[in-house]
Design a protein around this ligand. Structure first.
Ligand code: PXL
Length: 302
């Protein structure tokens, strides 16, 4: 049966991030992609001024209520994949949606989009990372960049370069943070495990750049790095997490999925660097899409 993903992000109309990345990428991987938009912005908030912002919080539960009336003929979600959530209320709504739509076969993938380069994105308050950390406790997979990871762990920003031990320790602490709230007596998830995929990993100022993947179920970690391209490219975290989601849902292992996502993202950055386009409009991932399904298929366990 064809797989289905529910992607919960904003629509930034121009600028290649969130749903304008998640929808084409996951669809190109052969997955039915349904969306729940959290807001509509004229552009994303990084590097633009004067953008519009239409909050869709009030529409989210009524949309889900309607889906519930479809009950048995709505195909199941193999993953619920969340990104940019603009308010505390939206975090609660996503937690509620996970309760309603998550089955034993549904992966909850939370990309805690809220910060980069040591700073929260425009519009996020200082307490937001703690609320996002709470949502991560429900997740099967989390994909923070290092800034988001450190904010959620209430640690000071570290611009890097990092060491393998530092990244592994950070991943372990995030997995520990993701264990559910022990004060909840009904919570039986004492043995809950989380896959922690960190982005923005590098060990050498002039060296490679990429991600790490750690699975608290077996304590194993891996690094996937490729050639670094100079500059800060917008929306690459969303691209990485979207490719990762597609590969995981199509049955690739965690390490393989993170490797596919790293390579796809770095190639898109390289293409954009070569074209010398304005980096606030995101990266050219479109030219890679025609190969994505085949790459995923070639990396699936037999
Ligand atoms: O790429 C992350 C992202 C998503 N959505 C909106 C954003 C950002 C980052 O700035 O502003 C609206």
């Amino acid at each position: 049966m064809q797989k289905q993903v529910l992607a919960i992000h904003d629509i930034s109309c121009v600028g290649r991030c969130s749903l304008t990345v998640a929808l084409p990428v996951i669809s190109a991987a052969g997955i039915m992609t349904s969306v729940l938009p959290t807001a509509v912005l004229s552009t994303h908030t990084g590097g633009f001024t004067g953008y519009t912002y239409r909050d869709l919080t009030a529409d989210m539960l009524p949309i889900a209520d309607h889906w519930q009336t479809l009950a048995d003929n709505l195909p199941p979600f193999n993953a619920i994949y969340t990104g940019y959530l603009g308010s505390y209320e939206q975090l609660d709504i996503v937690a509620e949606l996970a309760k309603r739509f998550k089955t034993d076969d549904t992966l909850l993938i939370v990309d805690p989009v809220m910060a980069d380069n040591g700073k929260l994105y425009a519009g996020f308050s200082e307490d937001f990372p703690q609320a996002m950390a709470k949502l991560c406790q429900q997740a099967d997979v989390i994909t923070p960049n290092i800034t988001e990871a450190l904010f959620m762990l209430e640690k000071p920003y570290n611009p890097g370069p990092y060491t393998e031990d530092y990244i592994k320790q950070l991943s372990k602490e995030l997995a520990e943070m993701c264990k559910s709230d022990k004060s909840d007596k009904n919570d039986k998830s004492d043995k809950k495990t989380t896959k922690v995929v960190l982005t923005g990993v590098y060990f050498d100022e002039n060296g490679d750049y990429g991600a790490s993947a750690y699975n608290s179920a077996d304590g194993k970690g891996a690094f996937m790095l490729g050639e670094r391209v100079p500059g800060y490219y917008h929306g690459t975290g969303d691209l990485f997490a979207s490719v990762l989601t597609a590969a995981l849902v199509q049955g690739c292992q965690l390490g393989e999925s993170a490797k596919i996502a790293t390579e796809f993202t770095l190639e898109s950055i390289q293409r954009t660097y070569n074209a010398q386009t304005d980096i606030k409009y995101g990266v050219n991932f479109e030219d890679g899409l025609k190969n994505l399904a085949a790459i995923i298929k070639a990396n699936k366990p037999a």
